[in-house]
Unconditional design. Structure first.
Length: 419
């Protein structure tokens, strides 16, 4: 018995030493959120008026649980009022996209009719600017504005109608028209899009240190790209970084920044450097690192003629657009199941895939018909897990499964979508 205890102590000591020196990696603690957790996150953002983050969270929730109900079971005997489409309609309206708002409020009314949804539909149809809502205009204001809108639409040319419908995507924020090569809303979403924590860039060169300015602008510009990325709040990641610095009694390095991102539960961290040359021109470099593997996903740069506030925004927008376009949202299939939690996908270099990109694995389930029109409105997605691309060939890639949904088994023919 004594010998066995000593042997066990020795084995445990060896394991601890191996983990400490990086020879054995502990099992990843990364987990996926449930639909009701995304929904609650959306409500939290909605309450503080953060419409884009609220919208992203409600989209993630609806991608996993599409139908609205007044009494929706989450787990056990816990029930909630579940209205993601109604919330999305208001978020779109607040952000100036009346077409998307109309689409979502019609879905909400079809699934779960309510006076609140009816009132919101009238507000959206009225065309009254969100800033004048306060919070609901009078019926008289709505009727008057609807009449003006009706008259305007009757005299509107087809070109003007097309421009109006595309207004939100092509000119959202300060993104130049035509700069983005794909529309995230046209690609299947299962859960959250790629979550990113933006770290403070290092600064070198002439003039004052503008690293804080660049940090704020990078968060703002990435955030403005129509929901492609789920950008973590600066305050949340800063608390973790501060704890890391205190623990190390010094400045945080790249390895610690990646660790901080993993603790925060994000998929990737954006780090980089800033340089202001002798002629005052500004150059920024950004590196997106996968927090699961610690490896580089992509690296891009941005440039401007000066370090003025306007040009800092220009350089950051330049970098953000390049990151966006270099990480396309692509859908594919599992074509083979390999040993040791590896899968083979029909996505490769021809689809602009690269190592350390992440994907969600899912299976299509029940088709949901529109309660009014009878047409198929949605196909349910069964979340199976997530994977990180490893070996990327011309038309295929091997991926390591990093999350497996409990009770589900990945099979050939299941679908994947890049995060």
């Amino acid at each position: 018995m004594f010998a066995n205890k000593n042997g066990l102590k020795i084995i445990l000591s060896i394991l601890i030493l191996l983990i400490a020196f990086g020879e054995v990696k502990p099992t990843s603690a990364k987990v996926s959120l449930k639909w009701y957790q995304y929904y609650q996150r959306g409500i939290d953002y909605y309450k503080i008026g953060d419409w884009q983050r609220a919208l992203n969270s409600f989209k993630a929730s609806a991608s996993l649980e599409f139908e609205e109900r007044n009494n929706k079971r989450t787990y056990g005997m816990h029930f909630i009022k579940y209205y993601p489409h109604r919330y999305m309609a208001e978020c779109y309206y607040k952000m100036g996209d009346s077409d998307a708002a109309t689409r979502e409020i019609d879905l909400s009314l079809a699934f779960q009719h309510s006076k609140d949804a009816e009132q919101l539909k009238k507000i959206i149809a009225s065309g009254i600017a969100p800033t004048s809502v306060a919070p609901f205009p009078s019926q008289r204001e709505i009727d008057y504005q609807e009449e003006l809108n009706r008259s305007h639409r009757e005299n509107e040319t087809s070109a003007a109608q097309s421009e109006r419908k595309n207004r939100y995507y092509s000119t959202y924020g300060k993104v130049p028209v035509g700069a983005l090569t794909y529309d995230p809303d046209k690609v299947t979403q299962v859960g959250s899009r790629l979550s990113i924590a933006v770290m403070k860039f290092s600064f070198s060169g002439n003039g004052r240190d503008i690293s804080n300015d660049v940090l704020n602008e990078m968060i703002t510009t990435l955030y403005s790209l129509g929901g492609r990325f789920n950008i973590i709040e600066r305050e949340k990641i800063q608390k973790i970084i501060d704890e890391q610095i205190r623990a190390q009694s010094g400045q945080i390095d790249d390895k610690s920044a990646v660790k901080a991102g993993k603790i925060a539960g994000v998929d990737a961290v954006l780090m980089g450097s800033i340089s202001v040359s002798s002629d005052s021109s500004l150059k920024i470099w950004g590196r997106l690192i996968n927090t699961e593997t610690g490896k580089l996903i992509t690296a891009q740069d941005g440039y401007a003629l000066s370090a003025s506030p306007k040009d800092i925004n220009k350089a950051c927008m330049d970098l953000s657009i390049k990151l966006y376009n270099d990480l396309p949202l692509v859908e594919g299939y599992v074509i083979s199941i390999e040993p040791s939690d590896k899968i083979l996908l029909d996505l490769g270099k021809e689809k602009h895939m690269k190592p350390d990109m992440q994907c969600v694995i899912y299976r299509e389930g029940e088709k949901i018909k529109h309660p009014i029109t009878g047409k198929i409105a949605y196909v349910k997605k069964i979340y199976l897990g997530e994977a990180v691309l490893d070996q990327v060939q011309e038309s295929s890639s091997e991926a390591d499964v990093i999350i497996k949904e409990k009770g589900e088994r990945i099979q050939v023919g299941d679908k994947v979508v890049i995060k």
